[in-house]
Unconditional design. Structure first.
Ligand code: OAD
Length: 243
């Protein structure tokens, strides 16, 4: 199928849908200057980020891991939503029953104006007390040591999901229900390698929902897609979602 006929089919699926569920990954933020997880392979002070994003790394050396998160927050605070994030805001406005599930912790969907968001991997601009569990929004950056809870004095941690940890309570159920109700499932900018988020494309397919995949290149989930659109999300989404 040519790109233009795939685009036309995908547009028709979305136009006819009353309920749409979207899953996004790091690729949707790439054009905002946010590095993807598996794209750059960059080290932080000689350490692989994949090994730093774990509870074991954090509790072994909270200063080191917090310093890395502080650096990431500083980077992210310079990034702005791109045309793909904005197109999803428009899709939400046009759709009666809309759910945006994201694996991203960068806050760019919210900054663009999306409202019905499920943050499957948390939010880098929140912190949570490791003792009492109190959570708060914290957009600060500038390294001054790990933050501590104003309520109990406990060590606070980034409000993100690390490898080996459970997803935020209720988030998987919320996305599962949204996939169950949807007339179209749109996957954007994810390698589809990280579970359980990767499982929703298969669920949509088993339920007979059309699956539209937008990505720079084929992924693990391409075989599940009804329509595949390869290219930059920031270029494809405004063409897919217009008027
Ligand atoms: P990945 O880095 O694994 O995949 C990003 C995907 O986006 C790749 O398939 C790229 O080809 C694609 N991509 C890159 N630039 C793009 C663009 N401009 N437009 C469209 N697609 C583009 O990122 P995720 O799938 O999000 O988990 O990774 C999933 C999870 O693994 C993350 O949430 C994180 C990570 O480890 C946790 O931190 C728990």
């Amino acid at each position: 199928m040519s790109f233009s006929s795939a685009l036309a089919s995908a547009k028709q699926i979305l136009d006819e849908a009353d309920a749409i569920t979207v899953m996004t990954g790091a690729g949707i933020s790439a054009e905002s200057g946010v590095p993807t997880f598996r794209g750059t392979g960059g080290l932080w002070k000689g350490k692989d980020p994949m090994t730093l994003a774990t509870p074991e790394a954090f509790f072994a050396d909270p200063d080191f891991v917090w310093e890395w998160y502080d650096h990431r927050r500083a980077e992210l605070s310079r990034c702005a939503p791109n045309a793909a994030h904005h197109a999803l805001v428009q899709l939400e406005e046009q759709t009666a029953d809309f759910t945006l599930a994201t694996q991203n912790v960068d806050g760019l969907h919210r900054a663009a104006g999306s409202r019905r968001i499920v943050h499957l991997h948390g939010d880098i601009f929140t912190v949570r007390c490791t003792d009492c569990g109190n959570e708060r929004v914290d957009r600060t950056h500038g390294w001054s040591g790990p933050p501590h809870c104003a309520r109990c004095g406990g060590l606070e941690r980034p409000g993100v999901v690390w490898f080996g940890e459970a997803l935020p309570e209720g988030s998987l159920e919320a996305v599962g229900e949204a996939v169950g109700r949807c007339d179209a499932f749109l996957i954007i900018g994810t390698s589809g390698l990280v579970w359980p988020a990767a499982g929703f494309a298969g669920l949509a397919r088993r339920l007979g929902r059309p699956v539209i995949l937008v990505n720079l290149e084929p992924t693990e989930q391409s075989s599940l897609a009804t329509v595949e659109l390869y290219g930059r999300a920031g270029e494809i989404l405004p063409r897919l979602i217009s008027g």
